[in-house]
Design a protein around this ligand. Structure first.
Ligand code: ADE
Length: 394
């Protein structure tokens, strides 16, 4: 993660986070570990818990404690009670800064106004978390500034399109060993994540069907060359069905009724509500059989089998390793620089959701190009002047 490495070198010298306490709820992966190390190199004390009960890599959690002095409260497969206990323990650090992937720390702080006084700001790493924060803000419940790291231009591009696009399919393939070529892959939702998955599935030789409720996006999907149809129809066609909407109950009773024998159901959205799990359990003849490590097979009354991956949780982290380091490098660098910005400008930002400052966005893009060994041209003074003039016409 060369971009983050450069930031870490600078942080180690400048110590911009001296004595800053950070409460983080993130996927506990090697990439997050590199971010935590960077923050600690900058002088911070970090308490970390998971942002999903299935995504923790236990060896990474242990290494962060043993070698880096982080406080980590996470265990792969923890139940929901343990998950929320860990979240509460992390908040006990009395954070100056919160790092979220799904807004769980921010939601906890909304219930703990006693913690607000110390907080200078937070970051949020995922689109669903940003939606949640905006809902909190609308109800006057977001008491501190949070930078929407996920909305930085370069992060958007990397995370959703290239990160989830590849890693969601990686999760499906690792879990099932399915051959994608010639199969019908249904993608629910044609936002940034859905576009990434559709693109990669087509690249692997799949016939891609898109379901989308937004007419503009549906047109785009069609013009991008995919079949577009309602979810019920697509459910009857799909060999692999992947939700990527950020909404809920996208694959519900009506679609489950029409699934093909052997259908593979996976979710690439942040929360496990896109596949209606109670409806799946109700439709099945009994509890599922775990047929492979991340595959639960449900049997329907007429004998059809439905394979649910990663318990309906985000498949790229539940059945694979999430975004590759090259993708997380940019997202984590954006988090590290945003934390530095929040600490440097403490008191300047009003409570609410904020964009990543344009200067950080531009710096990230330049650092990323540099890390790839790519040089680009700049505008000449004449070109620059032309773009700001009006005199010259046809
Ligand atoms: N979100 C998606 N992929 C991730 C990864 N590898 N590490 C941390 N958070 C992630």
């Amino acid at each position: 993660m060369p971009v983050l490495a450069r930031i870490r070198e600078r942080f180690a010298v400048e110590r911009p986070l001296e004595d800053i306490r950070i409460a983080a709820s993130l996927h506990v992966t090697p990439e997050t570990a590199v971010l935590v190390r960077t923050l600690i190199a900058g002088g911070a004390r970090v308490a970390l818990c998971a942002s999903n009960p299935l995504s923790t890599q236990d060896d990474v959690a242990a290494a962060l404690v043993a070698h880096d002095g982080a406080e980590v409260h996470a265990r792969r497969g923890e139940d929901m009670e343990t998950y929320y206990r860990h979240l509460a323990t992390v908040a006990e650090i009395g954070p100056h800064v919160t790092l979220d992937d799904g807004a769980d720390v921010a939601a906890l702080i909304a219930e703990r106004p006693d913690l607000l006084e110390a907080i200078v700001g937070g970051t949020e790493d995922t689109a669903t978390g940003v939606l949640r924060l905006r809902a909190m803000q609308a109800e006057g419940r977001l008491g501190y500034p949070v930078v929407a790291v996920n909305d930085a231009q370069v992060t958007r591009l990397f995370d959703a399109r290239y990160g989830t696009g590849q890693s969601a399919l990686d999760g499906v393939v690792r879990a099932t060993n399915v051959l994608l070529a010639g199969r019908v892959v249904v993608v629910f939702g044609y936002g940034r994540v859905g576009r990434g998955i559709a693109m990669r599935a087509r690249g692997a030789g799949a016939i891609v069907v898109v379901c989308e409720v937004d007419p503009v996006r549906a047109v785009e999907a069609r013009m991008d060359g995919y079949e577009v149809m309602p979810a019920g129809e697509a459910a009857a066609r799909g060999d692999v069905l992947i939700t990527a909407t950020g909404g809920r109950d996208v694959v519900a009773a009506e679609q489950i009724e029409r699934l093909r024998d052997g259908a593979i159901l996976a979710n690439a959205g942040h929360f496990d509500v896109e596949i209606d799990l109670p409806a799946l359990r109700a439709a099945a003849t009994g509890p599922p059989r775990r047929v492979r490590p991340a595959v639960d097979q449900y049997e329907l009354p007429d004998g059809r089998r439905v394979n649910l991956l990663a318990e309906g949780r985000v498949v790229n982290l539940g059945a694979a390793e999430g975004h590759p380091p090259a993708v997380m490098d940019v997202a984590a660098a954006s988090q590290a620089l945003s934390v530095e910005h929040l600490v440097q400008d403490r008191g300047e930002l009003a409570p609410g959701v904020h964009d990543v400052p344009a200067a950080i966005d531009a710096a990230l893009a330049s650092l990323t190009l540099a890390s790839l060994g790519i040089a680009i041209d700049g505008l000449t003074p004449d070109q620059e002047a032309y773009l700001h003039s009006w005199e010259q016409g046809t």
